[in-house]
Design a protein around this ligand. Structure first.
Ligand code: NAD
Length: 248
């Protein structure tokens, strides 16, 4: 069975790099017309350009998910999206006793309020169009905790619960809302940490004894984005090599 997204319009937030850019590439490869959104318009324009040169359908636009006006401007004049991947997020690491309240608010603003605001804007278009699929990128840290990530873990747990609440409210509009919870995925940003002893010890606690690769997320993403998951909504899908079930 080959999953095709021909004729579908998809939006990916935080698509300037990391997981978001990869998600945009995967959706485009499956045939979707993808809009790459991020704060830096020049970066996503260049990535959309590269996709078009590879004969994919892509465009780009500036979007800061913490800006209500920015979100309204972004959606104004754009046709409804069939698929939204709510990916933009920040880490905001730090010891809880030392964390400034404003820094905590900043994490919640991007990771939770941003996810809600973009889902609402996209959801209004989906309601008019008769339905759609929203994939919220949460994290295994929304389901378990680790040190020095209080704001991040709390915000991602809230994304998991928001996903369920929106799934309940929007099922009547044909809108499915699911959460994808990646485990530790190897990217250029974290490879230095995973080369350290602490990083290697962490990997030993993952039942599959390896980090995730970007490609490990492709199948779950395409499943949730496409009609192949037509009867899934409010689901929380972990992609973590078994990390959540590691032994105590
Ligand atoms: P990253 O820092 O490489 O990418 C985050 C993206 O979000 C960037 O493009 C950034 O510009 C964008 N962004 C940040 N604030 C924004 C804002 N206000 N408006 C618009 N865009 C904004 O990180 P990543 O590892 O690619 O993470 C992507 C998502 O996946 C995040 O939600 C993250 O929490 C989640 N995640 C990542 C991992 C992992 O191992 N990398 C694991 C679990 C969950």
């Amino acid at each position: 069975m080959r999953i095709t997204l021909e004729g579908k319009r998809a939006l990916v937030t935080g698509a300037s790099g990391g997981l978001g850019l990869h998600f945009a590439q995967v959706l485009a490869e499956a045939g979707a017309e993808v809009t790459l959104a991020a704060r830096r318009a020049d970066v996503v324009e260049a990535e959309a350009d590269a996709l078009r040169r590879a004969r994919r359908k892509a465009d780009a636009g500036a979007l800061d998910v913490t800006s209500g006006d920015g979100i309204a401007d972004f959606f104004a004049g754009r046709p409804a999206f069939d698929i939204l991947v709510n990916n933009a997020g920040i880490a905001g690491e730090g010891a809880a006793l030392d964390m400034e309240t404003d820094a905590f608010r900043g994490v919640v603003d991007t990771n939770l309020t941003g996810v809600f605001a973009v889902a609402q804007a996209a959801g209004r278009g989906m309601r008019e169009a008769g339905g759609g699929s929203i994939v919220n990128i949460a994290s295994i840290l929304g389901l378990r905790v680790a040190g020095h990530v209080a704001a991040y873990a709390a915000s991602k747990a809230a994304v998991v619960q928001l996903t369920k609440a929106l799934a309940l409210e929007w099922a009547r509009h044909g809108i499915r809302v699911n959460a994808l919870c990646p485990g530790y995925i190897e990217t250029p940003i974290n490879e230095a940490f995973f080369a350290t002893e602490a990083g290697k010890a962490l990997v030993r606690r993952i039942p599959q004894r390896r980090l995730g690769r970007l490609a490990d997320l492709d199948g779950p993403l395409l499943l949730l984005a496409s009609e192949h998951s037509a009867y899934m909504t409010g689901a929380v899908v972990a992609v973590d090599g078994g990390h959540l079930v590691s032994g105590l």
